[in-house]
Ligand binder design. Structure first.
Ligand code: NAD
Length: 496
């Protein structure tokens, strides 16, 4: 065990009376109501934030709107790139501090906080920074009538939308905001973010680094509070776009609120019930590694994780038996242990959600091969769980649990397999594992998901667009697709 000692800067940061981040400053907010942030490994309160009042919300939107109209639009693309690159450098320079704040607020293993919340955040931000100078329109030759020899030329501009409102879940409370503010700022928008009420702290430190990097006041604001605050902000006519990542039910509400506001643009990155399918040419050891990669990283609290696993009947019993042994070898760890294997789930609601799902599975007659409960350990530690659903209607097979759990189903026939993979209203990700690449490439177009991996799962990259098919979302983030989502084309035609 290699327990990391909390650095002084983190202790000092957590002890501060946090509120929001508005107009280039940390502000305590006008209200008295506060939300406590608890470390899920110990249930100890590690900090708190103020709940935004209507006055705080108004101050934040006014600031974002003013910064869009008066400041950020005057900053050249090259300067935007330079500021965002400096911002990424600062995230890395203060990486240990950010990683430790994140681990304290969410229970994420310190290694994952360093890798993803710090390392990947900086990577994504640099990716977006590079785009700031490469956004272009088209030149077109239209065919308008020419009575007296007039001629025409047209071109398109890709213009920023205005104030982008980002709403963030608790599972990656630094990296997911970067997807949104990196995209928004690179394309010339300003951004207002509402963090999850469970994990609001680390992003407040990130915002300070943005100001230090040179972001003008108001370009990057944060407001804290429960979900209802989000609804108020969406309905404000100064909000030009909503970029939401979170659950399907909340996404549906937000999409409707955005349409009702003023056909406000929106991107929805939602959940699902992702499938990972192992064709029988995959060796058993590789299947075991694949299942852990697909379903059990960060205790399954990754939107891209698989929760439905399909294994050929000829390998099924061996895979389930060996996986049981492997998962039972995982030990619950202090999240500050650098060698930690499994941390707590992020909050009590998620803990209860997992345990309730296990109770439902038992009541519906599913077989729980291992896990199915909590570790005898302080904090919200859920055992990695293998479920064999009684039928394909079992809740454990159909509903997202968002924990360290997989529903395992055997298949005999690959046509039946593709049908089972697609038999869900969702379509965020899927993976197919085989060395027969010709076969994989024939199956890929038939799999209904925004991302299909072959021989891998869960990993994302800023160059590759990400988002959901079917009920898992609307729009794509990163890749080059984000440009369409964060700009509006304007057509200009000249007669001469
Ligand atoms: P959630 O939907 O409960 O909350 C997400 C955010 O929405 C929070 O900030 C919350 O305060 C806010 N919110 C809640 N109700 C609101 C309302 N009526 N109006 C405006 N805002 C509201 O999700 P969660 O539990 O924080 O996150 C887990 C979910 O997120 C899972 O379903 C997971 O699959 C999904 N997720 C998806 C992606 C993706 O990229 N597709 C990534 C991570 C997580």
């Amino acid at each position: 065990m290699a327990l990391v000692k909390m650095v002084n800067e983190v202790e000092q940061f957590l002890a501060r009376k946090h509120g929001h981040y508005i107009d280039g400053h940390a502000v305590s907010g006008k209200g008295r109501e506060r939300i406590e942030v608890k470390n899920p490994a110990s249930r100890a309160v590690v900090g708190s934030v103020a709940v935004a009042t209507d006055d705080d919300v108004e101050a934040a939107i006014t600031s974002s709107d003013r910064a869009f109209r008066e400041d950020w639009c005057r900053v050249s693309p090259a300067e935007r790139e330079r500021i965002l690159l400096r911002f990424a450098d600062l995230i890395e320079t203060h990486g240990e501090e950010i990683a430790q704040i994140e681990t304290a607020q969410s229970g994420k293993l310190i290694g994952l906080s360093r890798l993803i919340e710090v390392g990947w955040s900086a990577r994504w931000l640099r990716y977006y920074a590079g785009w700031a100078t490469k956004i272009s329109g088209e030149t077109l030759t239209p065919s308008y009538p020419s009575m007296n020899g007039e001629r025409y030329t047209s071109f398109t501009l890709r213009e920023p939308l205005g104030v982008v409102f980002g709403i963030i879940p608790w599972n990656f409370p630094v990296m997911i905001p970067v997807w949104k503010f990196g995209a928004a700022l690179a394309t010339g928008n300003t951004v207002l973010i509402k963090s999850s009420e469970y994990t609001p702290l680390a992003l407040l430190r990130i915002a300070e680094l943005g100001t230090e990097a040179g972001l003008p006041p108001g370009t990057f604001n944060i407001i804290n509070g429960p979900g209802q605050i989000g609804g108020k902000i969406i309905s404000d006519p100064r909000i030009a776009k909503v970029s939401f990542t979170g659950s399907v039910p909340t996404g549906r509400i937000i999409g409707q609120e955005a349409v009702d506001a003023n056909l406000t643009r929106f991107t929805l990155e939602l959940g699902g019930k992702n499938a990972a399918a192992f064709l029988p040419d995959t060796p058993v050891e590789k299947i075991l590694d694949g299942v852990v990669e697909a379903g059990f990283l960060h205790s399954g609290q990754i939107c891209a994780s698989a929760e439905r696993f399909f294994v050929h009947r000829s390998q099924f019993d061996e895979v389930v038996g060996k996986l049981k042994i492997r998962l039972e070898s995982f030990a619950p760890s202090d999240p500050m242990d650098e060698a930690g294997m499994i941390g707590p789930v992020c909050n009590e609601a998620q803990f209860r959600k997992c345990l309730d799902a296990f109770d439902v599975a038992k009541a519906e007659g599913d077989e729980i091969v291992t896990g199915g409960g909590a570790y005898q350990h302080e904090g919200f530690y859920v055992k990695p769980t293998i479920i064999l659903p009684k039928t394909l209607q079992s809740s454990a097979y159909r509903k997202e649990i968002f924990g360290p759990v997989g529903a395992f189903v055997p298949f005999d026939d690959e046509e039946e397999l593709i049908e089972m993979m697609n038999d869900t209203p969702f379509g965020l990700t899927a993976s197919i594992w085989t060395n027969d690449l010709a076969k994989a490439l024939r199956y890929v177009p038939r799999i209904e998901a925004g991302t299909v991996w072959v021989n891998m799962h869960t990993f994302v990259d800023p160059a590759v667009p990400f988002g959901g098919a079917k009920g898992s979302g609307v729009g794509r983030e990163y890749g080059s697709s984000f440009i369409e989502a964060y700009t509006e084309p304007k057509a200009v035609t000249i007669r001469f």
